[in-house]
Design a binder for this molecule. Structure first.
Ligand SMILES: Cc1ncc(COP(=O)(O)O)c(C=O)c1O
Length: 360
C-alpha cells in the first residue's frame, strides 16, 4: 500500500504516525505548495456552500460555470476546458489518449504520475534522460529531440525547476502526434505565463495542457485542476469518467477563485514576489552548506545535490521534524539528491539551521 507514498511528497499523516507526533508539528518541505494560508475567500465560500442547499444537490455534471470562469481567465472558449479532480485525474485521461497513439516518451528525472497514468491503460513508454544542466538564462531551450508518437512535458520541470521556453516546446508539435504539457507549477513562476502553451491549443489538435490550482492556492485537499485541449477530446474524456469527479465544494471554490480576476492577479503577484525574494536566498544559503550544491529554480522548489549520499539528512525528520523530498524514486537521481520546497523566511531559516546542525 505504499508505492504512492514513495513517489510523491507530502505524506505528513504517515510520517507523523510513525514519529508519534502531531501532523501540525511537521514542517512539510516535501510537497511544493505555497506556504501561506489559502485566501480567506475560500473559507467564506466553503462556509456558504455548507450552509446553503448546495450539499444536497449533485454538482452540475457539465461544470459549465467553472469552465466559463477558466475560459475567461485564459481567453479561450469554455468548450476547450475540462475541470478535474486535481491535475492527477486528468493525467489518467491524457494517458488513455496517449496509449491509443503509441509509445510515450517520459523525461527522467520526472513526475512519477505519468507512468502511473499510462500503466492504467497498459500504455507503452520509455524514458529519456534530461541533461542536468541549468542555464543562467531562463527560460531555457527544451534540450531533447526524439522520435516517438507521444511526449510528456512538465513546465516548469519537476524536480529540476527548469523553465522551458514556449518557442522550443512549440517545435514538438510538429514532431509528435500528441504533446501533453503539464503546467501544474506554471502559475507560480514569475513571468511564467509567457511560456504557457495554452494559446497554442486553438490551432493544434495534438496538444493537451494540464493545469492545477493545488500549489498556487495551497488547496491540495480540495483537488482542483483542469485540462485545456480541443473540445472533441475533452467531450470524449467527459464520457469516460464518472459523472461528478469534482464535488460541489471544489466546484464552488473553483468558480469563485477563477471568476475574480482582480483577486486572482493580486494573489498570484504575492506568490511571485515571495518566490523572487526567498528562492535565491534559500539557494545561496543551501549552497553555502558543506558539500551541497543547490541548483537554480524558476519555481517554489530547489533540487540539491552532493557528491556523497545525503541519507544522513533523514535526521531532518527524526530530529527536527522537517520533511524533505528524497529523490531516489526519481528515475535518474539517487540518494545524493533532495528536493526542498520553499517556505516563508522563518521556516527557510529553520531548514538551514537544521541542515547545518546535521552536516557539521
Ligand atoms: C508536475 C505535477 N503535476 C501534477 C501534479 C498533481 O497536481 P494536483 O494536486 O492538481 O493533482 C503534481 C503534484 O505534485 C505535480 O508535481
Amino acid at each position: 500500500m505504499n508505492s504512492a507514498n514513495q513517489t510523491h511528497g507530502g505524506n505528513i499523516t504517515e510520517e507523523a504516525r510513525k514519529l508519534r507526533i502531531k501532523e501540525s508539528n511537521i514542517l512539510d518541505a516535501s510537497a511544493s505548495i505555497v506556504p501561506f494560508p489559502p485566501p480567506k475567500s475560500i473559507h467564506h465560500c466553503l462556509l456558504k456552500t455548507f450552509s446553503g442547499t448546495s450539499l444536497r444537490k449533485y454538482p452540475d455534471c457539465t461544470y459549465q460555470n467553472f469552465r466559463e470562469a477558466i475560459g475567461r481567465w485564459h481567453g479561450i472558449h469554455p468548450s476547450m476546458v475540462l475541470p478535474g479532480n486535481g491535475a492527477a485525474e486528468l493525467l489518467t485521461w491524457a494517458a488513455r489518449d496517449a496509449t491509443e497513439k503509441g509509445t510515450s516518451i517520459l523525461i527522467a528525472p520526472g513526475f512519477a504520475d505519468y507512468a502511473r497514468a499510462l500503466n492504467c491503460w497498459n500504455g507503452k513508454y520509455r524514458y529519456i534522460h534530461l541533461p542536468l544542466v541549468w542555464s543562467s538564462k531562463t527560460p531555457q531551450t527544451f534540450p531533447l529531440t526524439t522520435n516517438s508518437n507521444v511526449i510528456w512535458i512538465t513546465n516548469p520541470h519537476n524536480p529540476t525547476g527548469q523553465l522551458w521556453s514556449r518557442a522550443s516546446l512549440e517545435l514538438l508539435l510538429q514532431r509528435h502526434s500528441l504533446v501533453i504539457c503539464d503546467e501544474a507549477f506554471l502559475s507560480l513562476v514569475p513571468d511564467g505565463e509567457k511560456q504557457s502553451l495554452v494559446p497554442l491549443v486553438e490551432n493544434n489538435s495534438n496538444l493537451i495542457v494540464i493545469r492545477s490550482l493545488t500549489k498556487l492556492f495551497a488547496v491540495a485537499g480540495l483537488r482542483l485542476g483542469y485540462a485545456i485541449s480541443k473540445a472533441e477530446r475533452l467531450y470524449r474524456w467527459q464520457n469516460w469518467r464518472d459523472p461528478w469527479p469534482l464535488n460541489g465544494l471544489a466546484d464552488a471554490v473553483g468558480i469563485m477563485l477563477m471568476n475574480d480576476h482582480k483577486k486572482l492577479q493580486k494573489w498570484t503577484n504575492k506568490v511571485h514576489s515571495w518566490i523572487l525574494k526567498e528562492g535565491p536566498w534559500l539557494q545561496s544559503k543551501l549552497s553555502s552548506l558543506p558539500g551541497i550544491r543547490a541548483h537554480p529554480s524558476a519555481t517554489n522548489f530547489l533540487l540539491i545535490e552532493s557528491e556523497n549520499s545525503l541519507l544522513q539528512l533523514r535526521a531532518l525528520l527524526r530530529k527536527h521534524h522537517i520533511l524533505v523530498r528524497e529523490c531516489a524514486s526519481f528515475e535518474g537521481l539517487g540518494d545524493n539528491w533532495l528536493r526542498i520546497s520553499l517556505q516563508k523566511k522563518k521556516d527557510n531559516k529553520r531548514i538551514i539551521l537544521a541542515m547545518k546542525n546535521i552536516l557539521n
